[in-house]
Write a protein of this length. Structure first.
Length: 68
């Protein structure tokens, strides 16, 4: 599985992004995606947090079902 450098990845911005740029971006960092990168779009110089796709899916499920 080849790594995709963070600066070459295709990042998706949150649909809840505000005009001030307070948003989160996600991208697959390997091909096929076995690691998901998560970053703050205001500070792209920092390395992204990396999680397994199953971890990201669990997080999304919990957010969508309103656990908080």
């Amino acid at each position: 599985m080849p790594d995709i450098p963070a600066e070459m990845a295709i990042w998706a911005k949150s649909s809840y992004s505000k005009a001030a740029g307070n948003c989160v971006e996600v991208a697959g960092l390997t091909s096929p995606s076995t690691r998901i990168g998560i970053r703050d779009s205001k500070n792209k110089a920092l390395p992204p947090v990396q999680v397994q796709p199953s971890t990201w899916a669990s997080f999304l499920h919990e957010v969508q079902t309103g656990w908080w």
